[in-house]
Design a protein around this ligand. Structure first.
Ligand SMILES: [Zn+2]
Length: 185
């Protein structure tokens, strides 16, 4: 091989190398773009899911159902006033209305039940969470006999506490201050 040929072969391989590096670089950039795009899409999907979850609480569901009941009622009224309206259509709408109303009633029941259950764990004044609930019994002497007296103590995040069903310390929100006979205020 002449020196010329070696020289050009080297040049060619360097050029090929540069191109391949450039290609690799492009590939990486593309991949990076693709990864960023994928991440963006994932974030958007998660955002959508979050919004959906937020929108599908029982309260919101009940609201949308009651909205649907109203819509159907209006539609039904309009149809029954329209003398030419198809009887079958009116019937179908009535049926739909009944089913939706039933669903809404069931859901409302569930929501109020859940709320009742939850209320026991929230401050009645500001809605702060329960932080402690303790039960203890105490032996007291009453007319020469020993009696066990049970005590129940609940404490909430806001400072509100209840001892044996009576307010024991105030809620930080200041609400219900008059109602509670404060012992240590
Ligand atoms: Zn409170």
């Amino acid at each position: 091989m002449s020196n010329d040929v070696i020289f050009w072969t080297q040049i060619a391989s360097i050029v090929a190398f540069v191109f391949s590096v450039f290609g690799l670089y492009r590939l990486l950039v593309d991949q990076k773009d693709a990864t960023i795009q994928l991440l963006k899409e994932t974030v958007n999907t998660l955002k959508d899911q979050l919004a959906e979850a937020r929108n599908s609480t029982p309260d919101v569901l009940a609201q949308s159902l009651s909205g649907r009941v109203k819509l159907l009622e209006g539609e039904l009224e309009r149809l029954s006033q329209d003398k030419n309206a198809n009887q079958e259509l009116v019937h179908r709408k009535e049926e739909e209305l009944r089913a939706t109303r039933q669903k809404a009633e069931e859901l409302t029941k569930q929501v109020s039940l859940a709320r009742e259950l939850l209320n026991d764990f929230l401050c009645p004044h500001c809605g702060s969470a329960l932080t402690a609930r303790e039960f203890h019994s105490e032996s007291v002497e009453y007319q020469g006999r020993e009696l066990d007296v049970d005590h129940e103590y609940s404490e909430y995040e806001c400072g509100y506490s209840v001892l044996d069903g009576k307010p024991h310390s105030p809620c930080a929100s200041g609400q219900g201050r008059n109602a509670s006979a404060i012992t240590n205020a």
